[in-house]
Design a protein around this ligand. Structure first.
Ligand code: GLY
Length: 396
């Protein structure tokens, strides 16, 4: 599999190394900005959840629907870890109960994003507080996710009802982040069927979603009857043959997460190759355009992809041997991106905005969340902040 995928060398940087002492000070002050913003939102959101993205700077409020509500819960768990303040734990636990009702009633659960939804809410609750109810909700979610596995095509269908002909057999690169829920369920139950499906899916993702130059398709269709590959295309990227930045970032982090659970060294190698492709296509301020093919244009940035990539790169560094020549470079590049996000993208306290990370793009073609804050951008910025400023164990 690896032989067919380019291993593009990282381009050298013209700049001198980042001042790590100064960055640490900036990040410690960012932690305060983040908790102040979370405190305001905690009061304003009440029992509701923020929608996927801001609209004109502010999150509309929703019930526990869609694929993104757990990014709010995840931020509360991170805030509890940063501060030890019980108000964050209590709020997160209340939301865990909402996730319990959601999975028990199968409310808006026909999606592979059950991984995002239950990992950052209920698996995190189990890992941090040994909450048994949360463990049970997570296992129910893993069962529902497993139902989306196509035996013949060996993939988990991303979107829609399983009988929807438009969506049948469609896998997407984002799903790599949903697989940890399945690996975790196997660890918890001793039943290999969850991890077997995750493992089969990630191998298909590696085979068909990654192109020869180490860029990625956003989505790929498999024939669910014959199991044969059909074709790749995009949903949110610039073009079918371009490289949607967020997909590449999900790939960097997601293949690595499969490495952590399976020990398959090809997975860490894929994460590196995708990372090199991503890092070689960043503009001057280190924050990617919304599609990597748009480097050199005035296309909008997607700060959320940058934040996801920072987390993926920092995790990658933890798993590379000290002798790996690129290890230091990945760390330096992650810190540079984080510094730029903090200086230029993190909302200032007096701005008319209740999100954290400005300038993300959800779906340009359908004019959704364009140049706004988004809930996953906010979550991954806070995850990155916690990773850099204290020791942290994965929720994934
Ligand atoms: N997983 C959907 C997105 O990244 O926009």
């Amino acid at each position: 599999m690896l032989k067919a995928i380019a291993n593009e060398p990282l381009l050298p940087l013209a700049h001198k190394p980042i001042d790590r002492i100064r960055l640490r000070e900036e990040l410690l002050s960012a932690r305060q900005r983040v908790t102040q913003s979370l405190d305001r939102n905690l009061a304003d959101f009440g029992d509701k959840f923020p929608a996927e993205t801001c609209v004109k700077g502010y999150y509309p409020l929703t019930d526990n629907v869609e694929w993104t509500t757990s990014f709010w819960t995840g931020q509360l768990w991170l805030a509890w870890e940063m501060t030890g303040d019980e108000k964050y734990r209590l709020a997160a636990e209340k939301q865990v109960r909402s996730f319990g009702l959601r999975i028990a009633g199968r409310l808006d659960t026909q999606t592979h994003d059950l991984g995002f939804l239950y990992t950052l809410s209920c698996v995190a609750a189990w890992r941090l507080t040994a909450n048994h109810e949360a463990r049970g909700f997570s296992l129910l979610a893993a069962e529902a996710l497993l139902e989306r596995y196509h035996q013949k095509a060996h993939i988990i269908q991303a979107w829609g009802n399983l009988s929807d002909p438009e969506q049948a057999g469609r896998m997407i690169i984002d799903c790599n982040m949903n697989l940890p829920l399945l690996y975790w369920a196997s660890e918890q139950t001793g039943e290999s069927r969850f991890a077997d499906a995750a493992r089969a899916h990630v191998l298909q993702a590696a085979r068909y979603l990654i192109r020869e130059d180490a860029s990625t398709y956003h989505t790929y269709y498999m024939d669910t009857v014959t199991g044969e590959p059909r074709y790749g295309n995009t949903q949110q990227g610039y073009a079918d043959d371009s490289c949607w930045s967020r997909g590449q970032a999900w790939g960097i982090y997601g293949f690595l997460l499969s490495y952590i659970y399976t020990g398959d060294k090809e997975m860490i190698e894929l994460s590196k190759r995708l990372a090199n492709y991503f890092l070689n296509r960043l503009p001057e301020d280190d924050v990617c355009h919304w599609d990597l093919a748009l480097l050199g244009t005035d296309a909008l940035r997607d700060s959320s992809s940058a934040a996801i990539a920072v987390c993926g790169l920092l995790e990658l560094v933890k798993h590379l041997p000290a002798t790996d020549p690129d290890r230091e470079i990945y760390e330096e590049r992650a810190l540079r991106i984080m510094s730029s996000l903090t200086e230029n993208y993190l909302a200032k306290p007096d701005e008319p905005c209740n999100g954290l990370l400005k300038h993300s793009v959800y779906h340009l073609a359908s004019d959704k969340g364009v140049d706004e804050c988004c809930s996953w951008g906010d979550y991954f910025y806070v995850e990155a902040l916690v990773r850099i400023t204290q020791s942290w164990k994965l929720y994934w």
